[in-house]
Design a protein around this ligand. Sequence first.
Ligand code: BES
Ligand code: ZN
Ligand code: ZN
Length: 502
Amino acid sequence: MQIEVTENKIENISSDVALVFLFQKNNTFAPSEELERIDKALKGNLLSTLTLEHFKGKEESSVTIFTHGKVLAPRIMVVGLGEKKDFTPALLRKIIAAITKKLHKSTNSISVGEISEESSGLTHEELVHMISEGFLLGNYKFNVYQKKDPEEKELEVVIFANINKTNAKNIKKYIEESHRIFQAVKLTRDLVNEQSAIATPAYLAKVAEDIASSSDLIEVTVYDKKGCEKMGMGAFLGIARASTDVPPRFIHLQYTPKGYKGDKNVAIVGKGITFDTGGISIKPEKYMADMKMDMAGAAAILGVFSVIAHIKPNVPVMGLIAATPNLISSTSLLPGDVVKAMNGKTIEILNTDAEGRVTLADSMSYAVKNGATEIVDLATLTGSCMVALGLDYAALYSNNDELKERLLTAAKMSGEKVWEMPLVKEYKKLNKSAVADIANLESIRWGGSITAALFIEEFVDEKPWVHFDIAGPAYSESEFELGPKGGTGFGVGMLISYLSMV
Ligand code: BES
Ligand code: ZN
Ligand code: ZN
């Protein structure tokens, strides 16, 4: 999709649909100069239609008017933005994405009318980012396996109207930034939506290799089973043991800024279970259906690395993924088995469905061993987290207030919903094992997202660390505000904002 700017006023742009935005004020819509110009061109038809339709500028309400050749666009859609006091960047993005989902099959081109900084309280940068992202995200489809309807149109062009020459350069820059974030989100969504028979560990490794070969600032090391054995990754390999035909890969992407002399190394880590059957502790059918999504954390890391050479963080960044499916076979781990992680700690497997934390034990150990100075992980880790916070919110856990604040700021900037949860020290005893240093299953069910986070903490060696349990927001079980059913790309925007600030 192309996003362009023009000096032309909206009534002089020939697009399939022209969007005109209005705020609500005192229980009716606030007039605008643009509205009055178009109404004049339509000989009063616009205002009278809005009155007939009882349009008040309410958030997400809209009225469509056919223009019969009186202005260049055959259709004008008047869109309500709600009251100014309730207006936020995230709301604007949501409104635009909703319009896009409504129009994209019947529309090639859309022109976008004015929302001023004064009327909205948002900066040009926020306005352009949110409108562009709304179009790009709302237009996202994963249709690799579906026949295309020949009648269906593609939304190809979006044009910002009435942009003067002085502003155009900046606005084009913001548009480019939005394209970049979308490119990362799209890769993440595509990887999550792809069937697990295709999106195997080797496939994720190939994606990482392609990313590395696209920039001389990025290197990649991919370890196969033997390589992981050599490093002592007994925990990760335990989970991978059943998967003889779909071998595991440990992926280390490394970004290094040109001429970097310091000793920082930020680690971003993603859970990379390419399918979670639960293993011997097999999942019921209902809970297994969407488990191709259990690599959404890993997919977000790959998404971010696909644009990292453009973000250009000031410090080195390693992206780590332990990729394997969690399968069932005669070689599966069995409850009661004990595995040893790379840092020497032993783990008793009490439930093979709590596999994510076991693979992360080795990812964290690897990060520490390779000099990580701070670690952020994204993992579709527990159903308990979804019970606690629902589908929209990710849980945040941290052992370091300074790092935590930076990630909360980043999440605010990207408009992603995260909620801090406590690392309750008293619950540590729930992870005790009778035979090993730690068990992979808590002794009581309650607080399962917390005990999972406490388990991971055992492997970060007290390095500043933030853990996101993204089981809820990583995947949408039905169509949602910013896209279709499937992978959402959660975490990508937040990590990009975080890395832009390090
Ligand atoms: N991948 C799942 C968690 C999950 C559930 C993610 C639903 C997304 C949606 C994880 O590996 C798992 O199975 N966790 C178990 C842990 C339990 C056995 C301690 C869970 O949450 O039930
Ligand atoms: Zn599981
Ligand atoms: Zn899992």
